[in-house]
Design a protein around this ligand. Structure first.
Ligand code: HSE
Length: 434
């Protein structure tokens, strides 16, 4: 049988990895797919020293790949929203299947892209868009199809996890670690996407959609970055038996879906709390299966290529099948998506870590406890340190039981209004993941 012809758009980190894996493992891949997969065209702006493209035709124009009648599958690896959207929609309009690693594109324009793909009867595959080489989309969409998913929680940004791990383990500074992540090709073109949680929110939006059968709703995701975390809080969290991770949480509740990315204390004895460096991990809790954990490299040249090539194999296997009988893009049949709302952050519920800087006076702790108890906030543990030498203030650290964000915000406002409390109260959410 003739090989399937693929056009790779973008020969950066992931594009070069995809080309190299397809070439190196060509025979093994053809045995799995049932046909060879040939790269028939590459769109690239500049040569990549990690990739010897040999005699493969090259163009500088990505849209030429979408218009090339020879090409069966367009692999979109250029990133970003605008040109990538145009490329993917053009490829779909031309009846081509698409494989993409672009989480921003899927999270923001996925509903439109999948609707067009259904009209044309083509596949849009996006395994590499979430957690790099970990096949978590396939697991969630197919392997866990029996379950009502209760929650998904993941470390889904390698750069952020690398930064937090290096800061905790080696005391390195934030800019120093970020520069290394950029040099290694892990970070986004705009690294604020990594450290402010936007990249993780793109990925969480995709996971939530597949987990709960809801349309993609990136605009409703809550994001909070890691830039304001201090080594003091990392240390106090450790002392209380927790690690701080930048976690994406999607939880189904009776009121709606929680969709939030923020720094989070996790008990140090959880496996996921021990996921370090650029590694990613996603926990999925289903009513039948219980908790599962998917772990692996969340970024990087060949780990991400592994997911892109697996999608290509899937496309080759399914391209001759009846479009109605393929696995739906978002796991649930498109006419069966639910309108269960995504909740605003004020309605989300979690436990909290609070750090209060207080004057060393009798009765301060009693005032703090009274403010919390008046709002039904139960304290799980409390730690009070010696007064700081430079200002005489006492750091008071509390972990609370679960409470709605709205009540916690009210309590923090009341705490900050106390004469004996100085400055802002630091609050970090806590998830026990049990
Ligand atoms: N910037 C992303 C990360 C790349 O650090 O995880 C993979 O999506």
């Amino acid at each position: 049988m003739k090989p399937v012809k693929v056009g790779i758009c973008g020969l950066g980190t992931v594009g070069s990895g995809t080309f190299n894996v397809l070439k190196r493992n060509a025979e093994e891949i053809a045995r799995r797919a049932g046909r060879g997969i040939e790269v028939a065209q590459i769109a690239q702006r500049r040569p990549n020293p990690h990739c010897d493209t040999g005699s493969t035709p090259i163009t500088a124009d990505v849209l030429a790949v979408a218009d090339n009648p020879e090409i069966d599958v367009v692999v979109e690896l250029i990133g970003g929203y605008t040109l990538a959207r145009e490329l993917v929609l053009r490829a779909i309009a031309n009846g081509k299947h698409v494989v993409t690693a672009n989480k921003a594109l899927i999270a923001v324009h996925g509903n439109e892209i999948f609707a067009k793909a259904r009209e044309q009867g083509v596949i849009v595959a996006f395994e590499a868009s979430v957690a790099g080489g970990i096949p978590v989309i396939k697991a969630l969409r197919e392997g866990l199809a029996a379950n009502r998913i209760n929650w998904v929680a993941g470390i889904i940004n390698g750069t952020g996890n690398f930064i937090l791990s290096e800061m905790r383990e080696k005391g390195r500074t934030f800019p120093d670690v970020l520069a290394e992540a950029q040099a290694l090709g892990y970070a986004e073109a705009d690294p604020t996407f990594d450290v402010e949680g936007i990249d993780a929110a793109h990925k969480l939006t995709i996971l939530a959609s597949i987990a709960f059968g809801i349309p993609l709703q990136f605009d409703k995701a809550y994001t909070e970055g890691i830039t304001r975390l201090t080594t003091a809080d990392v240390g106090y969290a450790e002392a209380l038996g927790y690690r701080i991770k930048h976690l994406g949480v999607a939880r189904s509740t009776a009121q709606g879906i929680e969709l939030r990315v923020h720094p989070t204390l996790i008990p140090a004895d959880r496996l996921i709390a021990n996921v370090n460096g650029v590694m990613n991990a996603v926990m999925v809790n289903g009513d039948a299966v219980g908790s599962t954990l998917f772990y692996g490299a969340g970024a990087g040249r060949e780990p991400t290529a592994s997911a892109v090539v697996a999608d290509l194999v899937d496309v080759v296997r399914a391209m001759t099948s009846d479009p109605e009988n393929r696995v739906p893009h978002l796991a649930f049949q498109p006419d069966a998506l639910s309108d269960h709302p995504v909740l605003p952050i004020e309605s989300c519920e979690s436990a909290y870590y609070l750090r209060i800087q207080a004057k060393d006076h009798p009765g301060v702790l009693a005032q703090v406890a009274s403010i919390l108890s008046a709002r039904g906030i139960n304290i799980e543990s409390i730690m009070q340190k010696e007064a700081e030498e430079h200002d005489g203030l006492v750091p008071m650290i509390l972990i609370t039981h679960r409470v709605t964000e709205r009540h916690m915000v009210e309590a923090i406002t009341a705490l900050e209004a106390l004469d004996d409390v100085i400055g802002d109260v630091v609050r970090i959410r806590v998830e026990h993941l049990n």
